[in-house]
Design a protein around this ligand. Structure first.
Ligand SMILES: Cc1cc2nc3c(=O)[nH]c(=O)nc-3n(C[C@H](O)[C@H](O)[C@H](O)COP(=O)(O)OP(=O)(O)OC[C@H]3O[C@@H](n4cnc5c(N)ncnc54)[C@H](O)[C@@H]3O)c2cc1C
Length: 465
């Protein structure tokens, strides 16, 4: 790591950032050095991030220094842990990279984890392996716990255990005024409310403590069928979902995976459909509930069975390596067979859909219940979520986005009328507003005005002011 004291060639930015650099324990990198490129490049390579400088925060004090400096100098601040949910190109902003805030402590007796903001679910899941615990991970464990939880965190066990943000005990956060706060439901109920679901609109989380679950094993995985069975699988899934208990969480994904290393041979270069499934209970009960889907067509692969809960990432098998992606998202009020038919028209095997994946997640169950301590996460009662992911070189991504827009229009008869913050990065202020009810948006806006008076976070997912 570059030392913060290392003199660099004189540039305008050096002069501007000299005072800040001297106050940091971590390094500040400007364009033109490899560390800048490494840290400013997000996981989603479709976004060409171009911050004025990147600060690799070494401690919460660094985060506070950067925010104060930005506010005093009329600059904006962005935050990145992994770049899975990058909100903008961050033009001219100071980017705080959190990967070096990587401490974590598991308290096995209390069943809690205390982590720094750079820690990913992968780290937590493997640390929990062997002690019979787990957390409410993202479908993609490479995502940061803090970034995910700031948007609610709705993962592959959401119908059984609710949102990850419901399990937070406390945060350590630097608000837009540069103040470092220790925040719990008791100490600061408003900030605690807004940090759970409000994305990064109020502050940069530097650390957090959350509850773990005692859950060594799950009955989980995915069933894969080829293009011939897509129609029957999707229709069967639509009829099966309403019968499921809260112990089961499922999603279905139509996929066109390229023949690349890591893609299982039976799925590579083909149109396939995957039924993802997590059951919390005995393997026998899990298999009984899954039986209608197992018989919905001849299986290409049956990868559902008992597994350690640390392997939850196998359920979606989301890509791990960075790629250029255009994502679309909306929530659905229902997913009857007629909706499945519409989805097949827009994205089925005969549709010429360019999307790598079109996914429907079933929500409901525990997720639909308001948590004991209220949070800013809205639309918890939406029964289904729809996501599209198109992957390709940047010039083709606008066409993928246009296709996703047409697909959403096709599905509009079943629209819920809203979105989730974790699935709508990059959709601007209007997209941010779509994540919330008017009352919650109003409260978040008022809190943002109080905690971020200079609006330094406005390049991220924040309310319009
Ligand atoms: C393949 C894939 C699968 C996914 N699966 C799910 C899923 O199952 N459920 C779900 O809910 N979401 C899911 N997501 C969305 C994911 O949770 C968001 O993109 C999340 O913001 C990623 O957080 P990150 O910190 O890793 O990403 P980054 O791009 O580094 O950060 C994204 C945003 O998170 C916020 N953020 C990050 N760090 C902090 C911090 N320290 N303080 C405050 N705000 C912060 C900021 O708004 C930031 O702009 C998925 C995304 C991908 C790409």
């Amino acid at each position: 790591m570059e030392s913060p004291q290392t003199p660099e060639p004189a540039t305008v930015h050096n002069i501007v950032f000299g005072a800040l650099r001297r106050n940091l324990a971590g390094a500040l990198h400007e364009p033109g050095v490899p560390a800048y490129d490494e840290l400013a490049t997000p996981w989603n390579l479709a976004v060409q991030a171009s911050p004025a400088a990147v600060v690799e925060a070494a401690n919460p004090g660094d985060v506070a220094e950067v925010v104060k400096f930005a506010a005093a100098n009329g600059l904006l601040v962005a935050v990145q842990a992994t770049g899975h949910g990058i909100a903008s190109e961050m033009d001219g902003a100071l980017l705080i990279h959190t990967r070096a805030l990587d401490t974590f402590v598991l308290d096995v007796d209390k069943r809690t984890a205390r982590i720094g903001a750079g820690v990913t679910w992968k780290t937590i899941l493997s640390a929990c392996e062997g002690v019979g615990l787990t957390g409410l991970s993202c479908s993609a464990p490479g995502v940061s716990v803090a970034g995910y939880t700031s948007g609610g965190g709705i993962g592959p066990m959401a119908r059984t255990f609710g949102a990850a943000s419901d399990r937070v005990r406390s945060f350590e956060v630097v608000t837009g005024d540069g103040e470092l706060h220790q925040v719990s439901a008791q100490s600061d109920p408003e900030l605690f409310w807004g940090l759970r679901g409000g994305k990064g609109s109020l502050g940069i989380i530097t650390g957090m403590e959350f509850e773990l679950l005692e859950l060594p094993f799950i009955y989980a995985g995915a069933l894969f069928f080829d293009a011939f069975h897509v129609e029957n699988v999707l229709r069967t899934w639509a009829q099966w979902c309403p019968t499921l208990p809260g112990a089961a969480t499922t999603s279905v994904a139509m996929m066109q995976l390229p023949p690349l290393p890591g893609v299982p041979e039976p799925l590579a270069g083909k149109f396939t459909i995957a039924v993802r499934y997590v059951y919390i209970g005995t393997a026998d009960d899990g298999a009984t509930w899954l039986a209608p889907m197992r018989s919905a067509g001849s299986l290409l692969m049956d990868a559902v069975g008992p597994m350690p809960s640390s392997m939850i990432g196998m359920v979606h098998s989301d890509p791990e390596d960075p790629l250029p992606a255009a994502e679309g998202h909306t929530l659905l009020a229902d997913f009857p067979v007629a909706a499945a038919t519409s989805l097949l028209e827009a994205a089925g095997p005969d549709s010429s859909s360019p999307q790598l994946m079109v996914e429907i997640r079933q929500f409901g169950g525990a997720l639909a219940q308001e948590p004991a301590v209220p949070s800013a996460l809205c639309h918890r009662d939406a029964p289904f979520g729809l996501c599209t992911v198109g992957v390709g070189p940047p010039p083709v991504l606008p066409a993928f986005r246009a296709h996703a827009g047409d697909l959403m229009t096709n599905m509009s008869p079943w629209a819920y009328g809203g979105t989730l913050p974790n699935f709508s990065a990059g959709s601007g202020a209007a997209g941010f507003a779509g994540n919330y009810t008017p009352a919650v948006l109003g409260k978040l806006t008022a809190l943002a005005e109080y905690f971020d008076p200079s609006n330094v976070f406005r390049l991220g997912q924040v309310p319009e002011r």
